[in-house]
Design a binder for this molecule. Structure first.
Ligand code: FES
Length: 87
């Protein structure tokens, strides 16, 4: 199996977690499963990014997304993962 070529890090700090990442986490897991991307993406949690005031925070590759919630996470994932090389 090839190693993951993209890293997604979700902030699990208490501020981000309670303000939305608690719901966003399973949405991302479902999305990756649905698209068959689980082996191509390393999805992990992180401690506080030190940006609580801009949270909930999600990091995809080198990009930091702020104020992520269940209504915009799908668009963010589509935008980031569209060019992902899965071969
Ligand atoms: S808890 Fe997410 S940035 Fe602080």
């Amino acid at each position: 199996m090839s190693s993951p070529n993209l890293e997604i890090v979700i902030c699990m700090g208490s501020s981000c977690f309670s303000r939305g990442n608690k719901k966003t986490l399973p949405l991302i897991q479902e999305y990756l499963k649905e698209k068959g991307l689980e082996s191509h993406v390393l999805f992990k949690g992180s401690h506080c990014f030190g940006e609580c005031e801009n949270g909930p925070i999600l990091k995809i590759g080198d990009s930091i997304y702020r104020k992520v919630d269940s209504s915009n996470v799908q668009d963010i994932l589509e935008q980031e993962l569209v060019g992902l090389n899965t071969h």
